[in-house]
Design a protein around this ligand. Structure first.
Ligand code: HEM
Length: 350
């Protein structure tokens, strides 16, 4: 009975994924990233439900994708931890007022200066790409599009799936630290997470599959220490963590400034191990553990854990292609701007 339910969910995932996943490509895996790829005629399959376009830079800045991919490859070769950092940075951009590069603005009271953004990284890499693009295509490429492309390329270079991005986003002129609370923290319950994702126009499947980004990257120990020591004044650890795993985390996390992998079993593989860990009560963040406890999300966790990794990877690409279209600034009124420097608005004094 249980496996019948799981198979049904797996089938559902395949069916949901299929129509929009034609722009999907599997990762280069061990062969490594090969730079620009031929999109072929898969482009016409992408759902154009807004005014972004797959061919936006083809004529006005044909070197756009190549410059982004090259810079991402150079920087992540020196510091591989920048790959996961970029993926998280994109989520924190799209999750606050949409994918408009508001997270990159660096001024007093901006999102970036909020304490909740303290551990975000990757800003210098985006700025470097921007300055390179300003040389060949001045005033044409938005920081929001750069962040979208760079995160996709970083994911692919890490062995994750590839998806086609539509471009034409404009950059916001404002950024407010108070808006940062729109991005879920590691301690929200599933109802709260679902409400947040619904506010982005994303659904429960998107929530579960995009949380699978935690198959790579790290958490700061300060983020999880309340789960490990004197949880809810009980003197012990969070009972939803396997006791042996809690011991392991306590050994790894003696200081708040240390870090721990979010998927401790295969930390650098973009695979479905994250879901397998969740079912063994080895979720690092509270929200990770919640996904397997809540009856609304647990069947999807089971489907991704039991199915071939390909199911997760394919659906991840589909859901990412949705995430990058959340709240974009574009359209006939052409609101927003193309920033000259990603950390500063052109139209503001600061
Ligand atoms: C579902 C709600 C989510 C919550 C509550 C959440 C929360 C967190 C937290 C608390 C951390 C650790 C930060 C730290 O300690 O410094 C983290 C790391 C990370 N998150 Fe999420 N996240 C969520 C969804 C996502 C999504 C949708 C993505 C991307 C698609 C993502 C990608 C990442 C990555 C890659 C890291 C590791 C970053 C690094 O190594 O630098 N997360 N997340």
């Amino acid at each position: 009975m249980k496996s019948a339910v799981v198979s049904t969910v797996v089938l559902l995932v395949i069916l949901v994924a299929w129509p929009v996943s034609a722009g999907y490509k599997d990762s280069p895996g061990a062969e490594g990233y090969k730079g620009e790829e031929d999109e072929g005629d898969t482009r016409s399959w992408f759902p154009l439900d807004n005014l972004l376009s797959l061919s936006y830079y083809d004529k006005i800045c044909p070197s756009f994708e190549k410059i982004v991919a090259t810079k991402v490859r150079e920087w992540t070769k020196t510091d591989p931890s920048l790959g996961p950092a970029l993926l998280r940075l994109l989520f924190h951009d799209c999750g606050v007022t949409g994918c408009d590069a508001s997270v990159l603005l660096d001024h007093e009271g901006s999102e970036r200066r909020s304490p909740a953004s303290k551990t975000l990284r990757g800003f210098e890499l985006i700025e470097d790409i921007k300055s390179e693009l300003e040389k060949s295509c001045p005033g044409l490429v938005s920081c929001a599009d750069i962040l979208t492309a760079a995160s996709r390329d970083a994911t692919y270079q890490l062995g994750g799936p590839y998806w086609s991005n539509a471009y034409g986003r404009r950059d916001s002129t404002n950024s407010y630290a108070g808006d940062v609370e729109k991005v879920p923290s590691g301690r929200r319950d599933i109802t709260g997470l679902l409400e947040t994702f619904q506010s982005y126009g994303l659904n429960i499947l998107d929530l579960v599959v995009l949380s699978g980004a935690h198959t790579i990257g790290k958490a700061n120990c300060g983020t999880i220490q309340s789960r490990l020591y004197n949880f809810n004044a009980t003197g012990g650890s969070d009972p939803s963590i396997d006791p042996k795993f809690a011991d392991y985390l306590r050994r790894k996390c003696r200081w708040a400034s240390e870090t721990v992998y979010l998927d401790v079993v295969t930390p650098i593989a973009f695979d479905n191990q994250y879901y397998i860990n969740l079912r063994k009560n080895m979720g690092v963040l509270t929200t990770d553990s919640e996904l397997v406890k809540d009856p609304r999300t647990a069947p999807l966790v089971a489907a991704f854990a039991e199915g071939p990794p390909q199911i997760f990877r394919q659906q991840f690409a589909v859901s990412m292609a949705k995430l990058v279209n959340v709240g974009v600034l574009t359209g006939e009124d052409r609101v927003g701007e193309i920033r000259k420097v990603c950390s500063k608005s052109n139209s503001r004094a600061y």
